[in-house]
Ligand binder design. Sequence first.
Ligand code: PLP
Length: 421
Amino acid sequence: EAGINTVDPEIAHLLQTELGRQRSGLEMIASENFVPRAVLQAQGSVLTNKYAEGYPGRRYYGGCEYVDQVEELARSRARSLFDAEYANVQPHSGAQANAAIYQALAKPGDTILGLALDHGGHLTHGTTMNFSGRYYNAQTYTVNPDTFLIDPEIVRQRALETHPAVIIGGWSAYPRIEDFKALREIADEVGAKLWVDMAHFAGLVAAGLHPSPVPYADVVSSTAHKTLGGPRSGFIVAKKEYAKALNSAVFPGEQGGPLMHVVAAKAVAFKLAGTTAFKQRMERTLEGARIIAERLSAEDVSQAGISVLTGGTDVHLVMVDLRNSALNGRDAEDLLARIGITVNRNTVPFDPRPASVSSGLRIGTAALATRGFDTAEFEQVADLIAQTLTAGRDANIDSCKSKVDALAEQFPLYQGLDQVN
Ligand code: PLP
């Protein structure tokens, strides 16, 4: 049977060029990663053909004997990786996992309380342009204006004012560790449920390098594709008292048939996340972020009006503060793209610029650590970023770009892979 090169040369070409892009640049978008070959294989498998509405042993379709085993493996691996009583591996994405959690824990119109989007929260934590802000009475808490840290006293005050049914922990753009125990105490004080969205830091939790929200939260959602390094998708772990509500919220509440090829890929990713090699990779991820934060806190950088939010990082990302710099977030993002480093601009809390321009950059290290980067390479990358941002429009693009090219060549990606697995 004809393959994609024959059937659809246009798409085949685009797959090839995207592979080339991923190989040649340095990927520092904090929410991205490179999945292992085994994950690509599971995700590109014949399981894409199978309908499996329902749950293992209770399907609405025949022929589920093998996919039942796949889902059972994925669920039990998720439970053991995160030491959780319950897991649901069917959500197609992080946003859908979150939508299911709202269905399980709240009724439309109920009050929810999450970190404001422009302070590092996620769209699904109650922004007005998202379903979460339209169907629920979405209230927000902000970071502390002096420290830029999530401050339990601010969360508590907001919870006492707003009486939420659900308090949401977790973030998309925040460089520190939150105090889950304090959030639990606040939730108990106001009679709310606590849901933590660990999408960004799930890999660090799996590796034991970040406190786990699982003992404190009623429900924890995540994506599989950020630090965890699995396929693009979501999953939920929770206390078993929520099993029934969450199962029916995911299916039939939120979704139809699960993507069984993606469930298989999640199972592979959960297995790999339990290994020593994965833990070492997460250690390099954290070390890389620390190195970048330190370099971007040096004298030459601060003289250009550039600083690191909160003065450092505990996780896989660094938030760069450009409020006092001649460069705005968009210019800085473009400048780094020209030397071959992909990052994304981001608002910083209390940002004077509009979100489309913004005054921040979010720089992540997970993808480069997956590629094999260690201390020496992260030092080089940190220096290239520092030099480029400090020089601004006078940056020596050609010289920096050739150093980036050399680093990318030193750590080949998907060797031997030709566009599709
Ligand atoms: N939750 C958080 C904290 C995120 O950062 C993201 C992704 O950016 C999501 C949920 C949504 O995940 P997805 O893009 O898979 O819907």
